[in-house]
Design a protein around this ligand. Structure first.
Ligand code: DQA
Length: 144
């Protein structure tokens, strides 16, 4: 059984491709899933990619990642990054390593994006590389 990496995506990321393309680019979440699956195959990993606009789903999936023995979680929590103590606590509550991922670099954007409750609990953060952020995070997860 190959190791599984969970790739969890939060609110509005279902609209990638059409959502503010000047910031987030033109790739859809399906495009990103395809890129990740191709690379995961080469690395001998399996990807379980999910998206939800609901905070509690992300909390449940973090718990599930530990319960099923996932190797790591790549988490782009979208705007919940900047608001969610529940996600912060969930990351701390599990032993599965969580890598924070962002397409954009929140630190170069509005001040309200400068605080990351996810980043304060995550093992590492990769941001600002567009869809490649996910691939770089997968490389990191592979090397853990
Ligand atoms: C984002 C950055 C967040 O600030 C924003 O709320 C998002 C996307 C990113 O991937 O760049 O929804 O997580």
């Amino acid at each position: 059984m190959p190791d599984t990496v969970f790739v969890l995506n939060g609110p509005n990321l279902n609209l990638l491709g059409t959502r503010e393309p000047e910031i987030y680019g033109s790739a859809t979440l399906d495009d990103i899933a395809g890129m990740l699956e191709d690379r995961a195959r080469e690395l001998g990993l399996e990807i379980d990619l999910r998206q939800s606009n609901h905070e509690g789903h992300l909390v449940d999936w973090l718990h599930e990642a530990q319960a099923v023995g996932a190797k790591a979680v790549l988490l782009n929590a979208g705007a919940f990054t900047h608001t969610s103590i529940a996600l912060h606590d969930a990351i701390k509550a599990i032993r599965t390593p969580v890598i924070e991922v962002h397409l954009s670099n929140p630190h170069t954007r509005e001040a309200f994006r400068h605080r990351s409750y996810v980043g304060m609990a995550a093992k590492a953060t990769i941001a600002g590389f567009g869809p490649m952020s996910y691939l770089l995070a997968l490389e990191g997860a592979h090397r853990l």
